[in-house]
Design a protein around this ligand. Structure first.
Ligand code: SF4
Ligand code: ZN
Length: 420
């Protein structure tokens, strides 16, 4: 018998309306992760006999040990689930929902995922009696509520003991993250018969459709091809639907009649053709939650990429926010598109225009985070230490200083075919 839980026993409000609520530094009582303490979250498939339904355990000090001023703690949120229809491939889909479920709690802010998660609890919710085991109650109730068709038992372990958080990160969480990435890394667009559409963002960008392929994840960065496939299996009529590829009309630009038909239907006629591998020619549409924006820089015969976290100016004379307002909304904007971070180092990244060798500028922080992968990709295309050829804000944010730098380092974009 499945029990539908309607009321969650916590001392503060719980509603989707709290999702966008920020907990500012002044209002904050407790903080976890965000680079300040180690923190991670994981949904793990277990066997039915291995776990106890509704067991919620807190290991280590709870937040009331932090004293009147509050403070920081390490954190591990481990959600063990079991069910006859549960599969390991579903883990990331359930895990992504931790972000939403915790954000629905009044006075709780959740950002990021995996071992870059960041959580804040407000003073007022602490004073109302909110403690760590309540987070467990929420995750227990919502996992069963939303994934009742695949999950029969849920057990939540919340750990704040630093040693255990670090040890289990090494032994349990990271190997699982890596195994998931490895499963995806072995897949190419050519090796599968189906791509997936995702229309989750139509709630605010009604004509937007993401086409998710093994080598091109959704522009939000949170929906890989495997995740889209799992979403379809969990909810057959949901936001992710398969597109049987068939034969490509143009393999270089990435044009499939099947994809165009699906996009036209799902966008209600707004978009008739997309080129999955092109920025200049019918690029994919962008909703608003892209991790990064890629835009053409004509002076350099190349493109720049800017990530959401970067608040400064770009050589296009616009900030991320300004670029976002012209790129988003579900429209096709040749020369501009939203994208997930992981796509930058994909072999399919604007491959119709020459791929990553077109990349002439990106914020330093993003470049450093991707340095190894950028260099590996550059090497495959014949350039050692390619990351060092890409300008950043320390070189400049005006076209002149950027092109001067590119000329000095001999950036390949300068001598490639004209981009427009
Ligand atoms: Fe789906 Fe794309 Fe929205 Fe991500 S950005 S949730 S892949 S529609
Ligand atoms: Zn979106």
């Amino acid at each position: 018998i499945k029990i539908k839980i309607t009321e969650i026993p916590i001392p503060v409000g719980f509603a989707a309306a709290f999702e966008g609520e920020r907990v500012r530094k002044e209002d904050m009582y407790a903080e976890f992760g965000g680079g300040r303490t180690p923190a991670w979250e994981l949904v793990r498939k277990r066997e039915m006999a291995e776990i106890e339904d509704h067991k919620i355990e807190v290991i280590g000090p709870d937040i009331d040990t932090l004293g009147p001023e509050g403070g920081k703690l390490p954190l591990a949120v481990l959600v063990d689930v079991a069910g006859r229809n549960m599969q390991e491939d579903f883990e990331p889909v359930l895990e992504r929902r931790i972000h939403y479920f915790l954000n629905y709690i009044e006075g709780v802010m959740h950002i990021g995922q995996r071992d870059i998660m960041w959580l804040r609890i407000s003073k007022s919710s602490y004073e109302a009696g909110l403690r760590l085991h309540h987070l467990g109650e929420v995750l227990y109730a919502k996992m069963l509520d939303e994934f009742g068709s695949i999950v029969d038992k849920v057990q939540v372990t919340i750990i704040t003991d630093r040693e255990q958080v670090e040890e289990l990160a090494k032994e349990v969480a990271k190997p699982r993250y890596e195994a998931r990435d490895a499963r995806l890394a072995g897949l190419t667009d050519e090796s599968v018969d189906e791509f997936y559409s995702c229309t989750l963002c139509q709630s605010f960008a009604p004509a937007h459709v993401c086409v998710v392929t093994p080598e091109r994840l959704g522009l939000c960065g949170a929906v890989s091809w495997l995740d889209a496939k799992a979403t379809k299996e969990i909810n057959p009529t949901g936001a992710c639907q398969p597109i049987v590829k068939g034969v490509a009309r143009d393999e270089v630009k990435g044009i499939w009649d099947s994809v165009n038909k699906a996009v036209e239907e799902l966008s209600h006629g707004a978009t008739k053709e997309i080129c999955i591998y092109s920025l200049m020619d019918n690029p994919m549409t962008s909703c608003g939650c892209f991790e990064c924006i890629c835009g053409i820089m004509p002076e350099a015969n190349g493109v720049i990429i800017v990530n959401r976290e970067y608040t400064g100016m770009t050589p296009l004379g616009m900030t991320f926010g300004e670029l976002a307002s012209t790129t988003g909304g579900g429209m096709q904007t040749p020369g501009f598109m939203g994208l997930g971070r992981q796509f930058i180092t994909s072999k399919k990244f604007i491959s119709a225009e020459g791929g990553i060798l077109r990349l002439v500028w990106m914020p330093k922080e993003l470049k450093e985070a991707l340095r190894e992968k950028i260099n590996a990709r550059g090497k495959e295309l014949g350039y050692d230490n390619f990351a060092d050829m890409i300008a950043d804000e320390t070189v400049g944010t005006d076209p002149d200083s950027v092109t001067e730098f590119l000329t000095r380092v001999g950036h390949p974009a300068l001598t490639m075919d004209p981009i427009m």
